[in-house]
Ligand binder design. Structure first.
Ligand code: TUI
Length: 310
């Protein structure tokens, strides 16, 4: 099946990006109620938290939704079980290889969509039984791979038979049409959803994205093996300086401890970690999710077939 809207039972071919510490049941249900696939981000939260959020999400939307499991979390294995017990319809994974869990998820009837940064991983996911992959370019916010969306999507589309969903640098209709042209059948977006009216983050976070220009993100953590794209601020610059000076992993972790919550909850412009993609500079208005999706997909669908070379 190539139609992601049929597969996921959604109106628009758009999946909400994971976004740890941000995407709880409030955002996930709002996205699903607006025609996309809303996603609860497990992030580093406990299995109990994830279970409660799944139940609350069900109370708030009659539509399909997913859970994003961040595989670097110490709770990933337990959460992999929670999504089965709670009969979550869609599981998306990030920041690791979900192969050990896929068989059990498929047996439970779950639609499995790993986020991958390379062709090799896409092929491995297809072999392991994934239903689709999200191919995420380095333009994305948060934890990222090396390849750009432009280079990654057509190579992944040529390498696998399962549907490819594009992510990284997409925030408007031009991005959607470009993704279709590159061989994707849908998109995953994060940054533009951060600026939606419904997104439950501090107003300062939204304002930073709205005010950002094209060159306002940088990547921390390249040296430690966990590159993360954030908006430039005092903390990010300090991190890079310390890292350049050869600081230990411990020192660097101390600097960033709790920094995502400082951004999301406190709106601490200096010491918060404001994860956001390179497309931040394109987003100039806070809008309701419905309007964001309507504008992204208005007359965009015909391009999926007309530009498809495969
Ligand atoms: O996962 C993301 N984005 C994220 S996760 C996150 S929470 C976090 N915070 C600080 C440090 C690290 C994580 C914030 N943003 N995007 C999907 C993604 N997956 N990007 C890259 C990957 C990936 C990387 C390696 C997927 C698989 C992979 O496999 C390696 C292997 O084990 O073979």
């Amino acid at each position: 099946m190539k139609n992601i809207c049929e597969l996921l039972k959604i109106k628009y071919p758009v999946i909400q990006g994971g976004m740890a510490n941000i995407a709880d049941h409030r955002l996930a249900s709002a996205v699903s109620n607006s025609g996309g696939l809303g996603v609860i981000a497990a992030g580093g939260n406990t299995p109990e938290w994830v279970r409660k959020e799944i139940r609350k999400c069900r109370e708030n939307t009659p539509h399909n939704f997913g859970v994003n499991i961040m595989l670097m979390s110490p709770y990933a294995g337990e959460i992999a079980q929670v999504v089965i017990e709670e009969k979550v319809p869609v599981v998306i994974t990030g920041a690791g290889n979900p192969s050990p869990y896929i068989k059990a998820w498929k047996q439970a009837g779950i639609i499995v969509i790993p986020v991958i940064p390379s062709v090799a991983l896409a092929k491995r996911m297809e072999r392991a039984g994934a239903d689709a992959v999200v191919a995420e370019g380095t333009e994305a916010g948060g934890h990222i791979g090396e390849l750009t969306t432009m280079a990654l999507i057509p190579q992944v589309a040529n390498a696998v038979k399962i549907p490819v969903i594009a992510a990284g640098g997409i925030a408007d209709k031009r991005g959607v049409v470009a993704a279709f042209a590159l061989g994707a059948i849908g998109v995953q977006v994060g940054t533009v959803i951060l600026t939606s009216e419904e997104c439950p983050i501090h107003v300062n976070y939204k304002a930073r994205i709205i005010e950002a220009k094209d060159t306002d993100t940088i990547v921390t953590g390249r040296k430690t093996g966990a590159p993360v794209r954030v908006l430039k601020n005092i903390m990010a610059r300090e991190y890079l300086k310390l890292s350049e000076a050869g600081a230990s992993l411990e020192e660097l972790e101390k600097l960033t401890l709790g920094s995502l919550k400082k951004a999301v909850i406190d709106g601490d412009l200096d010491r918060g970690s404001f994860m956001a993609g390179q497309i931040s500079g394109l987003i100039k208005e806070i809008k309701p999710l419905k309007q964001i999706f309507e504008e992204m997909f208005l007359d965009a669908e015909p391009y999926k077939d007309s530009l498809r070379i495969l």
